[in-house]
Design a protein around this ligand. Structure first.
Ligand code: FES
Length: 166
């Protein structure tokens, strides 16, 4: 199969039953994306598929033939500068053990893209403003698919808010 990962064309011969998560970690060597529950409940495996958040543990890799995947390794610039959200996570202690952090980061970047595209949320469908800025309740709701066992939610939301909200 052919797939683009973090802007790089990747060709892989795989078992058609392989998950996208296993392709990323075991075949491509991008171990930033984490395997937590492996059943779609924790969000540790979140990546972007053409900008949309998905749980890569639930996705068959072959379903993403020809698509463009962004992992946590793809958030920093080519020269290695951290994404503003990554810097904000450091500033606000948005992690403790750090296992959920890649998923949290990718999910927040995907969330911001959803808001800008005016996709309705479960909290409010009123996202029609040209530049959408989200309040903290909205952020918490939109980030609710990403669990943090250490309970670092306040730092996570502060970092996300500083980067994407009012
Ligand atoms: Fe995919 Fe938990 S590892 S949602």
């Amino acid at each position: 199969m052919n797939i683009t990962i973090n802007g790089r064309a990747v060709e892989a011969t795989i078992d058609p039953r392989m998950s996208l998560l296993d392709l990323l970690r075991d075949h491509v060597g991008l171990t930033g994306t984490k395997k937590g529950c492996n059943q779609g409940a924790c969000g540790a495996c979140t990546v972007l598929a053409d900008g949309e958040r998905i749980n890569s543990c639930l996705a068959l890799a072959v379903q993403y033939e020809g698509r463009s995947i962004t992992t946590v390794e793809g958030l920093s610039s080519a020269s290695g500068d951290l994404h503003p959200l990554q810097r904000a996570f450091i500033e606000h202690d948005g992690f403790q053990c750090g296992y959920c952090t890649p998923g949290q980061l990718v999910s927040a970047v995907g969330m911001a893209g959803e808001a800008e595209r005016g996709l309705p949320s479960v909290v409010t469908a009123d996202l029609s403003a040209e530049t959408v800025r989200l309040d903290r309740d909205e952020l918490r709701e939109r980030m609710s698919g990403n669990l943090c066992r250490c309970g670092a939610y306040n730092g996570i939301i502060e970092a996300v808010a500083e980067t994407f909200a009012n």
